[in-house]
Design a protein around this ligand. Structure first.
Ligand SMILES: CC(C)(COP(=O)(O)OP(=O)(O)OC[C@H]1O[C@@H](n2cnc3c(N)ncnc32)[C@H](O)[C@@H]1OP(=O)(O)O)[C@@H](O)C(=O)NCCC(=O)NCCS
Length: 223
């Protein structure tokens, strides 16, 4: 059985970069139930990964582990994260790392992760937005949370911070509704890590982005 490694590796390669100023969000509103058309933008929170405390991280990791139980062992993720927090270690393969999340009744309901990666597309350097770990607690699905988080991450492209977002997924139909498209480029990882993408589909946002048809070398493990 193939062991999924992306979250362990993403966490291990986090960069706790300073100096990025992001929009401050208003205080959390009292909990309400929203349907897909009425989620106010303020309900989506985003924070630099390095600004989260261990207690902020625990529910995020737990939700990822519950969503992808075949990922590498839970304790491995925690140990690597705790080491980074304790030592302040940076790793340049995961830049300007943001967590986008929604809470419901004071509990984490959905989360997504986005960060910058420089890869080689058709032999040329290309900085892309990576998104990973987009997931919603089973009991909270169908309320528009997943969509709201993906769109919040894609705002980093809309704002010009990145030209394009590249990611892997098992649910392309979900992203096609959000102006993403499937790509057929060969995705490789020429570094010793070896692991590129493991899901069945690779996609980009926005659909209209003119991506080279050549090979894409992630130059790091997949996310
Ligand atoms: C995929 C996932 C994040 C969707 O979250 P969600 O909050 O339930 O989705 P939303 O309520 O925001 O749905 C938005 C739209 O996507 C559609 N959609 C939701 N899940 C879908 C899926 N698995 N496949 C196709 N379409 C889907 C919804 O029907 C809705 O369509 P509409 O706008 O036409 O009404 C959630 O099902 C999940 O956590 N899945 C497991 C983890 C996963 O596969 N994540 C994606 C990793 S790349």
């Amino acid at each position: 059985m193939q062991v999924k490694t992306r979250f362990t590796r993403t966490l291990a390669r986090s960069e706790w970069e300073v100096g990025i100023v992001y929009q401050k969000f208003p205080p959390q509103q009292p909990s309400k139930r929203f349907n897909i058309t009425t989620i106010p933008e303020t309900q989506v929170k985003r924070r630099l990964a390095r600004e989260l405390s261990k207690s902020d991280w625990e529910p995020i990791i737990e939700l990822w582990e519950a969503t992808w139980p075949d990922s590498e062992p839970a304790h491995g993720v925690r140990i690597e994260l705790e080491m980074e927090l304790a030592t302040g270690t940076d790793n340049s393969s995961c830049r300007r790392w943001l967590l986008h999340y929604i809470e419901s009744d004071g509990n984490l309901a959905a989360v997504a992760s986005s960060f910058g990666v420089t890869l080689k597309a058709g032999g040329e350097d290309l900085e892309v937005l990576a998104i990973a770990g987009v997931c919603c607690r089973e009991s909270e699905r169908g309320k528009g949370y997943g969509k709201a988080l993906a769109l919040d991450a894609f705002k980093r492209v809309n704002s010009g911070e990145f030209a394009v977002c590249l990611f892997q997924t098992a649910v392309p139909e979900f992203y096609e509704k959000l102006n993403c498209r499937r790509i057929s480029n060969s995705i490789v990882n020429s570094t010793s890590d070896g692991v590129a993408f493991i899901d069945d589909y690779s996609m980009i946002y926005p659909a209209a982005y003119d991506l080279t048809e050549g090979e894409i070398d992630l130059m790091r493990c997949g996310w």
